[in-house]
Ligand binder design. Structure first.
Ligand SMILES: Nc1ncnc2c1ncn2[C@@H]1O[C@H](COP(=O)(O)OP(=O)(O)O)[C@@H](O)[C@H]1O
Ligand SMILES: [Mg+2]
Length: 292
C-alpha cells in the first residue's frame, strides 16, 4: 500500500517509528510536510502537490499534525478525505481535540467525566469562577496548549488576574480547573487504536512540577487499566470520533476524569514504558481502514 504520513518533522521518534512499521509491513511511505502541500482546484480538477510533485495513488493517510502548522496540515488531510481515502484520524476530530475548551465541552455533553472546569472569558467573572471551583490553588490552561505548555498552577487572585490579562492580550482562550491535588502529580495515558486500548502508562511528574508530561521531565511506567478505565477511554475516543488517540486521565477523589484527548499521541514514552511496538498497531489499524 502507499501510505501518506502528514508530519512537519520526519526526525521525530513517533514519525520515524511509523515509517519503520510501514516499511516492515511492505508499504510505501510518502511523507507530506504541511507547509510543502498545496491543494489546487483548477480546470483539470483537484490536486495536491508536495513541492514540485503531484501526489497520486495514496491509499491511506496517517496524520501526525502537531500544534504547529495545524491549519496547513488539516487542509492536506481534508484533501484526502474528500477523495474518499481513509485516514487514521479525521480533520474534524483533530480540530476538535486541538481546542481544550471544545474538547471538554464535547466530552461533557456526552456525560463523560471531566474535572470541574470553567471557561474564563471576562475579568468580572474571575472571582465567582474561583469560588465555584473551591478556591486556590487552581490550574489555568490555554485552550491550544500541548506538552504541558500553557498549564499553570495559580495560587492567588492577583497572580490569576495578571496571568489571565497577559494571556488574553496574547490572544489565548482560557480555562480554569480545580487542582486535583489528590492525584499527586500522576496521571494515566491510555492509547486507544480503533476500539481498543492497546497500551497504557502511569506518568509521574518530575520533582518540583505538577505536570506529568514526558516533555516536562515526567516518567512513565507500564500500567494495566481496569475495565472501567478502559471503557471510559474508548467511550471518550468514540465521542470525539478519533481512530488513534492518547487519552489523559486524572484520578480524582470522585473517580477518573478525562483531562484531554490527543490526536497525535507521542510514542516514545509509552513504547519505552511498555516495551511494545505500538507503531505497528497504528499501521495495522490504518491498513484495516482501507480493507473495510
Ligand atoms: N486539573 C489538574 N489538576 C492536577 N494536575 C493537572 C490538572 N490539569 C493538568 N494537570 C497536569 O498537567 C499535565 C498537562 O495537562 P493537560 O491538560 O494534559 O495539557 P497538555 O496538553 O499540555 O498535556 C497533565 O498531564 C497533569 O499531569
Ligand atoms: Mg496532556
Amino acid at each position: 500500500m502507499k501510505i501518506g504520513i502528514i508530519s512537519a518533522n520526519t526526525r521525530l521518534y513517533s514519525t520515524r517509528r511509523l515509517r519503520e512499521a510501514c516499511r516492515k509491513a511492505g508499504h510505501d511511505v510518502r511523507f507530506l510536510h504541511p507547509k510543502k502541500c498545496a491543494v489546487r482546484w483548477t480546470a483539470s480538477g483537484t490536486s495536491l502537490a508536495h513541492g514540485n510533485l503531484v501526489i497520486d495513488g495514496v491509499e491511506a493517510v496517517i496524520p501526525r499534525i502537531g500544534s504547529s502548522l495545524i491549519h496547513s496540515g488539516l487542509v492536506a488531510l481534508r484533501h484526502f478525505e474528500y477523495q474518499g481515502i481513509p485516514t487514521a484520524n479525521s480533520a474534524h476530530s483533530i480540530a476538535l481535540c486541538r481546542d481544550k475548551v471544545a474538547c471538554l465541552q464535547h466530552l461533557a455533553s456526552h456525560q463523560i467525566p471531566i474535572p470541574p472546569t470553567v471557561v474564563v472569558d471576562a475579568a468580572d467573572q474571575l472571582e465567582e469562577s474561583v469560588d465555584q471551583l473551591g478556591g486556590f490553588p487552581l490550574i489555568l490552561k490555554i485552550a491550544h496548549g500541548a506538552q504541558g505548555i500553557g498549564v499553570i498552577k495559580v495560587g492567588a487572585m492577583d497572580q490569576l488576574r495578571t496571568t489571565v490579562e497577559t494571556l488574553w492580550h496574547l490572544g489565548e482562550h482560557l480555562i480554569l480547573q480545580r487542582f486535583v491535588e489528590e492525584s499527586e502529580g500522576r496521571d494515566l495515558r491510555l492509547l486507544v487504536v480503533g476500539d481498543r486500548v492497546i497500551a497504557a502508562m502511569e506518568r509521574s511528574s518530575a520533582e518540583g512540577d505538577f505536570r506529568s508530561n514526558i516533555h516536562c521531565g515526567g516518567t512513565g511506567r507500564t500500567f494495566r487499566p481496569d475495565e472501567e478505565l478502559t471503557a471510559l477511554a474508548i467511550e471518550a475516543t468514540r465521542a470525539v470520533g478519533l481512530g488513534v488517540a492518547g487519552v489523559d486521565i486524572l484520578m480524582t477523589r470522585s473517580g477518573p476524569a478525562i483531562l484531554e484527548i490527543n490526536s497525535s499521541p507521542g510514542l516514545e514514552g509509552i513504547e519505552s514504558a511498555t516495551g511494545r511496538n505500538l507503531a505497528r498497531s497504528i499501521v495495522r489499524y490504518t491498513e484495516s481502514l482501507s480493507a473495510s
